[in-house]
Design a protein around this ligand. Structure first.
Ligand code: XMP
Length: 612
């Protein structure tokens, strides 16, 4: 990656799902940092201007033969190094300490007592809450290290060798549950490594503007404007830096977008005097290409190909000379990092937005240095309204993957009505800005039914038994649990593999027949257990409002409400029961053919965020 600025802190990714949180916290503290593979050459670290190194956590044990490859010469560098969890264990192991494999895992909140003076904890309360998640522990510190903090279960919760500039913490400073975690990381970067807090929205705009000017030279830039935050910010930024005459935009209305989004882009650009974006209405073309197509991968492929065709035609009309025109894409930082946990993330579905180089055009990715929240700050700085700046990501194939099965104009109209209900409810209740995405999926049951069902009866009985076991015996007697394996399928991910399996639906009612509100923590445990341990099943749906039996359901609506930091993993959001009830009632009233509204309570993995 070509750099826009030195990288004072290098974060080595040992595969923790929290690695991106480390970099985000450091950036919030004003330190530009990036993620590198632990095998990185020391010369590369120095060349990137590293003044300190953070070794992330990870799922391995230092005793695993297949632990991530680490360039041990990094430990010889005369730079401060902070090891977090596995990073600390590895550092201790390699420097002569002793790590004991832990059979009992310490997981969750712990009270940390800082019992030494350390710059890591400078200015912080000596007693603080931290978040632990580990099996192995550092039982004996390496020579030269001294203990700085402990918890009841973990004597060496933090340790340091100030002369050698080596620091280690067993807890996860990067997660929000560690109350002063951001300050601990900032102390490392600012007070121990001596970095200056110079990364902020203002400086990032200036650095990216310089990067654009330098990469483009006296050429021009073409951009595909999808209506999402990233590509719109990119278009505005390019206009601002290069001037309208040197930038051309193209926006394709596939008919699979939210109508309000298409309208917004047009109106906003118009109001700001930008007439250098061409709008192509390709709705009919997309609709006829998708006629009678029900398979999700086929839909994605058709949409991807047609999109390229439409774009090629528009480009041919524009007659842009590839020698003089670059293609700018709105790729952001999490998309370009493929080390550790994210290595195989892209094989699950065909994403059509990563376009191959067009017509031999050189590709420019000015936002590749930024996290989503940094792009949102840029969006505000460029004058985009709050509601747009906080817009949820939207998949390239649009509602074609949110309407299961065949796409028809009447399904599209019904979908828009339901989508509006959902958006309005989550906006009004304050959930919109907390969610990564919130959207409905519309499924026509008879059309989507597949014959390959495994052993539904045995599976159903197993699921009911699991639910009953989780509900305590006091509630159990007065609660009725019904479940079935729905004869439809959705995409999921297990390990690095794509699955295309069945959802289990749960209907849990009181004796009187009304819905029983199972506490969220029980639902969470249940969904993980069911989706991971039941064969042929990759999703769990909780019925919110329904009538009749699943075998007679016509249309159903699945609500997908997600929290995520890096798109690779996601939690289902615990929306209040009353809010779910209200939404479901309104949705059912909107379409007489809708026989059930269900909440998708599947984490990613094993589900993906989208249904298809
Ligand atoms: P999944 O469903 O893979 O989604 O868990 C992760 C994120 O990616 C978005 N997504 C897409 N975005 N083209 C896109 O531009 C696509 O084909 C596509 N498929 C999924 C999804 O909305 C979520 O934010």
């Amino acid at each position: 990656m070509s750099d826009i600025t030195p990288t004072p802190i290098a974060v080595l990714d040992f595969g923790s799902q929290f690695t991106h949180l480390i970099t985000r916290r450091l950036r919030d503290a004003g330190i530009y940092c990036e993620i590198f593979p632990p095998s990185i050459d020391t010369n590369d670290l120095i060349a990137r201007g590293a003044r300190g190194v953070v070794m992330s956590g990870g799922p391995s044990s230092v005793y695993d033969h297949d632990r991530p490859r680490f360039n041990e010469r990094i430990l010889d560098l005369d730079l401060p190094i902070l090891g977090i969890c596995y990073g600390f264990q590895l550092m201790a192991h390699l420097l002569g300490g002793e790590v004991v494999p832990g059979h009992v895992k310490e997981f969750g909140r712990a009270d940390l007592l800082v019992n030494g003076k350390s710059l890591l904890f400078d200015g912080l309360d000596p007693s603080q809450v931290v978040w632990m998640s580990h099996g192995d522990t550092v039982a004996r510190l390496p020579p030269g290290f001294s203990r700085v903090a402990s918890t009841a279960d973990c004597p060496n919760a933090a340790a340091e060798a100030t002369g050698a500039k080596r620091y280690g913490i067993q807890f996860h400073s990067e997660v929000a549950h560690t109350l002063h975690g951001g300050e601990i990381l900032a102390n490392f970067a600012l007070k121990i490594c001596g970095c200056a807090p110079v990364w902020n929205p203002r400086s990032s705009i200036d650095l990216i503007a310089d990067y654009i000017r330098e990469s483009v030279g006296d050429r021009n830039v073409f951009v595909l404007v999808s209506g999402g935050v990233d590509s719109t910010v990119l278009f505005l930024l390019l206009n601002r830096v290069l001037g309208q005459e040197r930038v051309r935009g193209l926006s394709v209305d596939t008919g699979l977008l939210r109508p309000a989004d298409v309208e917004f882009t047009k109106t906003f650009l118009d109001a700001n005097g930008m007439d250098n974006c061409t709008f192509v209405d390709a709705r009919n073309e997309f609709l006829s290409a998708l006629d009678e197509v029900a398979d999700p991968e086929q839909k994605r492929t058709i949409i991807g190909r047609l999109f390229l065709d439409v774009k090629d035609r528009a480009l041919a009309e524009m007659q842009l000379d590839p020698q003089n025109w670059l293609l700018a894409q709105g790729t952001i930082y999490p998309d370009v990092i493929t080390s550790g946990a994210s290595a195989n993330a892209s094989v699950i579905k065909t994403h059509h937005n990563a376009l191959p180089s067009l017509e031999g055009m050189e590709v420019l990715e000015p936002l590749r240095f930024l996290y989503k929240d940094e792009v949102r700050r840029l969006s505000s700085a460029l004058g985009l309204p709050h509601e747009f700046t906080w817009k949820h990501p939207f998949p390239g194939p649009g509602i074609a993957v949110r309407i299961a099965g065949r796409i028809t104009p009447s399904k599209i109209s019904l979908y828009h009505v339901i989508d509006e209900i959902v958006l309005k409810s989550i906006r009004r209740s304050g959930w919109y800005e907390r969610l990564w995405m919130g959207f409905p999926v519309l499924i026509n049951m008879p059309e989507s039914t597949t014959p390959d069902m495994g052993q539904p009866d045995a599976t159903r009985d197993e699921v009911v038994a699991r639910v009953n076991k989780r509900l305590d015996s006091a509630t159990f007697d007065s609660v009725r649990v019904e479940a079935s394996v729905l004869p439809i399928r959705s995409v999921g991910v297990k390990g690095d593999y794509r699955t295309y399996e069945h959802p289990v639906e749960l209907r849990i009612t009181t004796e009187g027949g009304s819905r029983y509100h199972v506490p969220h923590d029980i639902l969470e445990a249940l969904s993980t257990e069911i989706a991971n341990r039941t064969s042929h099943v990759n999703r769990v749906l909780l019925a919110i409002n329904w009538s009749g039996n699943p075998s007679a359901w016509r249309d159903i609506v699945v609500l997908r409400m997600l929290l995520s930091v890096d798109t690779l993993t996601a939690d289902w959001a615990k929306l209040e029961h009353a809010l779910l009830d209200e939404m479901a009632t309104e949705i059912r009233a909107a379409g007489p053919s809708i026989d059930a509204v269900l909440l998708d309570i599947t984490q990613k993995p094993p589900g993906t965020m989208e249904w298809e």
